[in-house]
Design a protein around this ligand. Structure first.
Ligand code: DAH
Length: 340
């Protein structure tokens, strides 16, 4: 019987040595110490033995059982620890390893230009307001003193939704909206998207951007316009830049003018950018027409003001030497990423 015990114990030790999973150790436990386990069977079979034999074998069997239990407990702990280590190894994170780089985006050149313009006007005390892209005929034309037969009202020049609703053709309607909502005196700039029925080419796009400016208060005159716009040009393009006003016509200003800046490429000598004139047209401006002030609900006897309108694409093209307006809308990364 002792030999049988030794054999069982040896077999159990061998299986334990080979065990690697909790299932393995559990199988061994059941095989040896379970209800029908080999060791259990030996202990159970002792009933038929003599008292002497019982005493001897009983002690040996119990010792074998304790040893086996101890070994099993050790192995269970070891297997558990090994599983835990394997899990940790799998989750291991090397914080010194280089990360996956995220590419930085770039602001669109029109955003860059708009922000530059806004920054300059902020310095001069202007605040930014915005208006709707879908406008009424009244805001876009009537309130701005546009004659009923003005060509810009034509279906061939303006995108109409209906007889009364359209896509704004300029940011000037927001001058009227601003006068209706803000209490003078105020100075605002109004950047925004505009739409005209144009066939795209190097200098035209059916969608483009403008920045409107409006100053309303008491006793404001053309000298204020001239001084402020000259200051703007110097802050935007450099202190060396000169400006000049040429008489022009807009329905919503009287008198009206166009402002030129001395060519920033050749400095005034004449080149391909300024077409040999030394000057570049940059914006339209003028003293806000009394009709417009009145249409917006303000008293033109009390309030005067001046306004300007500027093409943002045009400024960007001049400033960055872009020769085709369509480049701004194609979103070709080779173009866009140059403005980082
Ligand atoms: N709205 C004009 C246009 O789209 C630009 C303009 C000219 C705006 C003179 C003004 C201004 O405010 O005073 O061509």
């Amino acid at each position: 019987m002792n030999a049988e015990l030794e054999k069982i114990l040896k077999e159990a030790k061998e299986s334990l040595a080979a065990a690697t999973t909790p299932e393995d150790t559990e199988n061994i436990r059941v095989n040896m110490l379970g209800k029908n386990g080999k060791l259990t069977m030996i202990l159970r079979s002792m009933g038929s033995l003599s008292k002497e034999e019982k005493k001897e074998l009983g002690a040996a069997a119990n010792a074998a059982k304790r040893e086996l239990e101890e070994l099993l407990n050790e192995k269970v702990a070891a297997v558990k620890a090994a599983a835990q280590n394997a899990k940790l190894a799998m989750e291991k994170l090397d914080v010194t390893e280089p990360g996956t780089p995220v590419e930085f985006g770039a602001e669109h050149p029109l955003t860059v230009t708009t922000n530059e313009l806004v920054k300059v006007f902020n310095q001069m005390g202007f605040t930014v307001v915005e208006g709707p892209e879908v406008e009424t005929v009244w805001y876009n034309f009537d309130a701005l003193n546009a004659p009923v037969n003005h060509p810009s009202r034509d279906m061939t020049d303006t995108f109409y939704f209906s007889e009364n609703q359209l896509l704004r053709t300029h940011t000037s309607p927001d001058e009227v909206r601003t006068m209706q909502t803000m209490k003078p005196p105020f100075k605002v700039v109004i950047p925004g998207r505009c739409f005209r029925y144009d066939t795209p080419d190097a200098t035209h796009s059916p969608m483009f951007h403008q920045m409107e400016g409006l100053v309303i208060g008491e006793g404001i005159n053309m000298a204020d316009l001239k001084g402020a716009l000259d200051r703007f040009a110097k802050l935007m393009f450099g202190e060396h830049v000169k400006t000049r006003l040429r008489p022009s016509h807009f329905p919503f200003t009287e008198p009206s003018a166009e402002m030129d800046v001395s060519c920033f490429k050749c400095g005034g000598k004449g080149c391909n950018v300024c077409k040999g004139t030394g000057w570049i047209e940059i914006l339209g401006c003028g003293m806000t027409h009394p009709h417009v002030i009145k249409a917006a609900g303000l008293d033109p006897e009390k309030y005067t003001g001046w306004a300007f309108g500027m093409g943002i694409e045009r400024v960007a093209m001049l400033k960055y030497g872009v020769d085709d307006i369509r480049l701004f809308y194609e979103n070709d990364m080779r173009f866009i990423s140059q403005f980082k």
